[in-house]
Design a protein around this ligand. Structure first.
Ligand code: DC
Length: 220
């Protein structure tokens, strides 16, 4: 079974996804981390977005996901990909078809022979259009920024609230306006607005959707 969870930055996708995946014993795939990993590599090599198509082959990038960790060319970059520098650059790099094709291919290979829960922007619309369950997670921009701010403070970050609001708004704009596989609710996705819901409530709602789906599957 494939569960696709899409939505804008800070809607709670990764928090919710980790909890639901562990309850169901599904493999969790954080596709945002993969785009962040490639972005980090480009920043380190001083490669500009408009140079990536030419250079992606010779970059020989290896992205490996292991539980909640991400390895870039063998190095654990799970912390570094969350920096504000990567957050500010990732949407621009994510518009580039060469990067998307490289990562989508990897994501589809990871789905072979296992139950997975995948979160991102284009999972229900593009990567796995036949996913059995599609959720579109949203929340008001203020709520999303507040959640990110608290999360970054807990991790010892010193980014201001205004910087986070600006980053979220700019990413929403670039992610939903890009040409290839933009952020968009799939027609058959269920929208869940988490603005005034607790984490436990969102998790419970998704688990109950999965249960209903599994019951329907057994009756067919
Ligand atoms: O989920 P996240 O905030 O870590 O994602 C970081 C960026 O990666 C997001 O702003 C756009 C890009 N992304 C994407 O284009 N497609 C995906 N499936 C996942 C993320």
């Amino acid at each position: 079974m494939i569960i696709a969870i899409d939505g804008p930055a800070g809607a709670g996708k990764s928090t919710i996804s980790k909890l639901v995946a562990s309850q169901l014993n599904f493999q969790y795939i954080d596709t945002g981390a993969m785009y962040r990993g490639v972005t980090l590599k480009c920043l380190r090599l001083h490669i500009q977005p408009d140079e990536v198509s030419r250079k992606i082959e010779s970059m020989q990038t290896e992205i490996r996901m292991d539980g909640e960790k991400i390895f870039l060319d063998g190095e654990d970059v799970s912390q570094e990909i969350r920096s504000i520098e990567v957050s500010q650059a990732v949407s621009a790099f994510s518009t580039i078809p060469a990067i998307r094709l490289f990562l989508v291919d990897l994501q589809r290979k990871m789905a072979v022979d296992q139950d997975i829960l995948v979160d991102g922007r284009d999972i229900g619309t593009y990567v796995f259009p036949h996913a059995e369950i599609k959720i579109f997670l949203t929340a008001d921009v203020d709520v999303r920024a507040k959640r990110r701010f608290l999360e970054m403070q807990e991790n010892g970050g010193s980014v201001s609230f205004e910087e986070i609001v600006a980053n979220i708004e700019s990413r929403d704009r670039i992610d939903s306006q890009r040409e290839m596989a933009p952020l968009k609710k799939a027609d058959d996705a269920i929208e869940v607005d988490t603005s005034s819901m607790s984490i436990a409530e969102v998790v419970a709602q998704i688990l109950s959707l999965v249960e209903t789906k599994q019951r329907e599957g057994m009756n067919h």
